[in-house]
Design a protein around this ligand. Structure first.
Ligand code: ADP
Length: 382
């Protein structure tokens, strides 16, 4: 069973119990006081206690993220909480939500539970689920839940799966074609060329899978493994990790002078991965004889890492999108350099996981500068 359905089911159960107790409490509170031999004082005390219980339960209902509404058999609303009264967020949406509430309420009053999803075309676009249940012995309750964020995540997941299939389809298709061609080929020169391309495509598949695993590890990892990291070492490591590719591209990678003893509390593996991706890009998108600088300096309560190059640069209209998964400015060039479109998504996640930020400044034909800010306020785990 879907975990959301389970949670929603539990929440509806809790709400139903609260509602039943609240209705009972308010009924008790409104009962006439006469016909009892006990003193006026104790009647007043029990009335006050009952009133306090009713107030507490109303406060509990108001604190719920769901809208809750209870109606008697005639459809008259006996009880509702704050969220139920502001479910639509504006007048137009309010009309749509209230229409769905009334429609589903009528059906619950006839004894039939109903659920309806209402899409509100904003902006911003919102999705609301209205659920109505008959109550025992009579009446009905309606819950109104804003599921905008959940449906957005569902859409992102679906897109992600579609993107992965699409990204893997191309190199796997190429591998099949190359292998089929190789079967009948007899010319050694052609065989050697096809074999080279086969190896390249196989590496490409492996790189996409590696980056996806890295991204999902960083995205899904719960707590960071925080330790005190020497900033100078992180910078030198990032530069060294890319030295082979840099030599091949004839690009120089310079590690800046970092103040001795500068350190941050951070997840070492994640920062290494983020810096590695930034330097890898700076090298990939530089022309021969380009220079890449990697440095860091104390900033506010943390450290800012800077990776700059004098390479091809990024068009201004692409700057907002380069941190999205699989987004590439120039697909052909990115493919040629072995890019997967996942590197900057990894960097963005590392920044978010640490409560930091990643920014970019770039001019086409002049180069790019990426700044990764990591705040130092994290406390090392013992
Ligand atoms: P890729 O694996 O394609 O490099 P990234 O997510 O790392 O994917 O980067 C996304 C896109 O941003 C790249 O395809 C490239 O077009 C652009 N880009 C990233 N870094 C640089 C850079 N230093 N110089 C120029 N373009 C860059």
């Amino acid at each position: 069973m879907n975990v959301f359905v389970l949670l929603a089911g539990c929440a509806v159960g809790v709400i139903a119990t609260l509602v039943a107790v609240t209705v009972l409490a308010s009924r008790r509170a409104s009962q006439p006081l006469g016909g009892d031999d006990t003193s006026d004082l104790s009647s007043e005390q029990s009335l006050a206690a009952s009133q306090a219980r009713g107030d507490r339960l109303q406060a509990a209902l108001d604190a719920m993220p769901y809208g809750v509404m209870v109606a008697d058999q005639s459809g008259q609303v006996l009880l509702s909480n704050k969220a139920a009264n502001s479910a639509g967020s504006d007048a137009h949406n309010e009309v749509l939500v209230q229409a769905a509430v009334q429609y589903n309420l009528r059906s619950a009053l006839r004894g039939e539970a109903r659920t309806q999803t209402v899409e509100l075309y904003g902006p911003p676009k919102r999705v609301v689920v209205v659920e109505a249940h008959p109550l025992d012995p009579d009446g009905a309750m309606v819950t109104v839940e804003d599921v905008t964020e959940r449906s957005r995540l569902d859409a992102v997941r679906t897109d992600f799966v579609a993107n992965i299939s699409h990204e893997l389809k191309t190199p796997i298709g190429a591998l099949a074609v190359l292998a089929e061609t190789l079967i009948d080929e007899t010319d050694p020169a052609v065989i050697s060329r096809l074999a080279d391309r086969t190896v390249n495509e196989a590496h490409r598949v492996a790189k996409i899978i590696d980056d996806l695993l890295e991204l999902s590890r960083i995205e899904l990892s719960g707590d960071l493994i925080v330790s005190s990291c020497d900033v100078g070492l992180l910078v030198v490591e990032a530069a060294a990790r890319n030295s082979f590719a840099a030599r091949q591209n004839k690009v120089a990678v310079d590690a800046g002078d970092i103040p001795v003893g500068l350190s941050i509390n951070a997840d070492h593996a994640q920062i290494t991965s983020a810096l590695g991706n930034l330097v890898d890009n700076a090298v990939k998108y530089s022309d021969a004889n380009g220079v890449v600088n990697v440095t860091a300096y104390p900033d506010q309560q943390g450290v800012t890492f800077v990776v700059s190059d004098n390479g091809i640069g990024i068009p201004s209209h692409d700057l907002d999108r380069i941190f999205e998964r699989f987004y590439r400015v120039d697909r052909a060039r990115s493919r040629g350099t072995g890019g997967t479109g996942l590197g900057l998504s990894i960097v963005r996640h590392v920044a978010n996981n640490h409560g930091g930020s990643i920014t970019v400044e770039s001019h086409e034909g002049e180069g790019s500068t990426f700044r990764l800010y990591i705040p130092e306020r994290l406390v090392p785990q013992t």
